[in-house]
Each structure stands twice: as C-alpha cells, then as structure tokens.
Design a binder for this molecule. Structure first.
Ligand SMILES: Cc1ncc(C[n+]2csc(CCOP(=O)(O)OP(=O)(O)O)c2C)c(N)n1
Ligand SMILES: [Mg+2]
Length: 358
C-alpha cells in the first residue's frame, strides 16, 4: 500500500541504439495481492538490479579516471523511477535533472549507449556531447537530463501545456529534487501549472524526488518549512506522498495518479520519499554532511531488498532465480563498460553538428 497522506483536501540490439536490455513496458493483471503479475514484477526487479550494477560500474570507471566531468548515481532510488515510468505511454514526455541514468535505461535506451555517453564516446546516446547530466532520447520519451538545478521545471510545465493545447492525450512526468523546490523556477512554474490546470491545460505530474539531501545540505538545513509537498498547496496543486523505497507502493500510486492527470488535464504533485544511498556525485568521497550510521540505517530500506522480500513473500520467485537475475544484470553492466571502453572518441566534425535546430 502507498503511504499516502494527501494534504490537498486539507488545504482544499547491441548497437547502442534503442533496443534496450533494461527497459520495456508491460501491461498485466494482478496476482497474489500484488498490482501486477509475477513475470512483470520480476522483470522490474531485473531492471532495478541492472541499474544498480550499472551505476556501480560507472562509479568505478569515474574513480579510475575513465569517466570525466561529473557523475550522479541513482543508487537507492531505483524503485522511484521504475514505478512511475511503468505508467509511461508513447508520446508522454519525461524530463528530469542530472541524476538521469535510470530514467534513460528504464525508458529503453540501451545500456551500451548510456555508458558510452558517460565515457564521452562517439557511440553515446548523444554522441558524447552531453555526458552524464545531459542524457536525451526523445524517441523513447526522455527530453533531458539538465544540470542547472530547477532549470528544467518550467520546461516540463511548458511541455504539459503544449500536450493539452494539441489535445494529444499525453502527459509529462517532471522529476526534480528536494534541493530544487526552493528555486524560483519551481515557484513560478508551479504557479502557472496550477492556473492552467484549472482549465485542464496542464497534465503535468510533478515528481519531487526527496532523497533528503541537496549536494551536501540536508532538507532541514535548506528550509525552515520542511514539509516540502505542502509547497504545492500555494499553487492549488493537489498532491500526496509515496514511500518510494517500495516499488509496489509506487506502482499503485503511479497508475492511479497518471490516469487522473491524463483525464483531468490538471497538474498533480508527488513527494516521493527516498534516500540517496550513494554520495552526491562520484567525486563526493568524504560525505562530511552525514554520518555513516545514518546511511547504514537507511540500507534497511534499500528498495531492491524491499522488493526481494515482497516477491519472496508472495511466492513470486526463489533465491535461485534472483541469483540468476543478478548474474545476468552483471553481464549487462560489464558489457556496457566494455563497449564504452572500446568505442571511439567523437569525430571532430561532430563539433559543429546538432548546434542549431533544422
Ligand atoms: C542553479 C544551480 N545552483 C547550484 C547548483 C549546484 N548544485 C548541483 S547539485 C545541487 C543540489 C541539488 O539537490 P537536489 O535537487 O535535491 O537533487 P539531488 O542531487 O538530491 O538529486 C546543487 C546545489 C546547480 N547545478 N545549479
Ligand atoms: Mg536531493
């Protein structure tokens, strides 16, 4: 069950192309009290484990100097994107900040193309020009990957306005961090979203990824008003919280609220409670802003372990089957690294391509 607390009532192929070894979309009925059939849930487990091992491999590559620039990992947050992106429909737009590898993988970009992008190689999903923070795969619904904190929030609201204006029936999933909700861009965009939503003109799902930290600053040190989703109230946007360490809770929430957003054209806010188990970025070695004990205590709610327990409890899998999935996921991550390492640097001629729109 989702741990929801709505306050709105209270306030009123292996080529590096797009054939994925991780993502994919499924439609299925419920089984054993779970919202989807066992095969689908096991496949999501496979995707989450693949993301985890992909991220660990990327971190290793960064720390051995093979990946340059910057690198933010999704370790500990896998169930969040997995659960919401399961409700993605073709034509929807997904937009997020710089912690974007999982979104790309789940939407269907091949792990090879994602890893090659982190390595800055010509075979990367944006030809090595974007790097970790600027992943784009428009064909699969990913409209970025943005490094400026909060900068993408107005874009997401604009996407949703366009979707309603064009009567497309599609919606936008707008992911943003707890650190960005204090940014003016959020407040201006949320105001317009609420206003346009009154006329059914803003099918935007605001997904606040509350992983408890900005770069090195806890939520408590960033704002005197730590009930973050209450900020949606200021703009007439209804909202609820979800326990984003529990994939089953996220799936239940996502299916229900995306249906509502599509049907009403109104924006809706989610505060997804999660925890960043990895450092802020791969270069954040010391983590002076939090204790090892605190991180350790959150490992008890690691979303992968939570899902394993759920699946075992429902007799949806066995230890042996999960072990096989983990081994296969490791092969996918290793293969992505090998592909990236063996790939060529971008061609010099690429310097002047993709600069202006056609
Ligand atoms: C406009 C702007 N200000 C500051 C930064 C530096 N910066 C990079 S990440 C970050 C923290 C953002 O935290 P949050 O939104 O919670 O995202 P998370 O890293 O937790 O996913 C900051 C302040 C930036 N990239 N852009
Ligand atoms: Mg954060």
């Amino acid at each position: 069950m989702a741990t929801t607390r709505s306050r709105s009532a209270k306030a009123a192929s292996k080529s590096g192309a797009n054939d994925s070894a991780v993502g994919g979309r499924h439609k299925a009925a419920s089984q054993n009290g779970l919202p989807l059939d066992h095969t689908t849930l096991l496949d999501m487990y496979r995707q989450m484990v693949t993301i985890r091992l992909f991220e660990e491999a990327a971190q290793k590559a960064f720390r051995t100097g093979k990946i340059g620039g910057y690198l933010h990992l999704y370790i500990g947050q896998e169930a969040l994107a997995m659960g919401f992106l399961h409700s993605y429909q073709p034509g929807d737009k997904i937009i997020t900040a710089y912690r974007d590898h999982a979104h790309a993988l789940i939407l269907g970009t091949h792990p090879r193309a994602v890893m090659a992008e982190l390595y800055g190689k010509g075979t990367g999903m944006v030809k090595g020009k974007g790097g970790s923070m600027h992943l784009f795969d428009v064909k699969n619904g990913l409209w970025g990957g943005y490094g400026i904190v909060g900068g993408h929030i107005p874009l997401g609201v604009g996407f949703a306005y366009a979707q309603a204006y064009q009567q497309s029936g599609n919606m936008t999933q707008l992911y943003f961090g707890d650190g960005s909700i204090h940014n003016g861009a959020f407040h201006e965009a949320a105001n317009l979203a609420g206003l346009w939503g009154r006329d059914g003109m803003n099918p935007c799902l605001f997904i606040l990824e509350n992983n408890k930290y900005g770069m090195g600053t806890s939520v408590e040190r960033a704002t005197a008003m730590t009930d973050l989703s209450a900020k949606f109230d200021s703009y007439g946007i209804e909202h609820e919280d979800v326990d984003a360490n529990d994939l089953i809770a996220v799936l239940e929430c996502a299916q229900r609220v995306t249906k509502m957003v599509r049907e009403t054209g109104k924006p809706y806010g989610i505060e997804a409670q999660t925890y960043r188990l990895s450092p802020h970025g791969a270069a954040d070695f010391l983590e002076r802003y939090r204790s090892k004990d605190e991180v350790q205590s959150h490992r008890a709610h690691d979303p992968i372990n939570v899902l394993e327990a759920r699946l075992l409890q429902a007799d949806a899998t066995t230890e042996a089957e999960m072990e096989k999935i983990r081994a296969d996921a490791k092969d996918v991550a290793d293969d992505a690294v090998k592909f990236a390492e063996e790939s060529p640097d971008p061609d010099l001629a690429e310097l002047t391509t993709d600069v202006l729109a056609d």
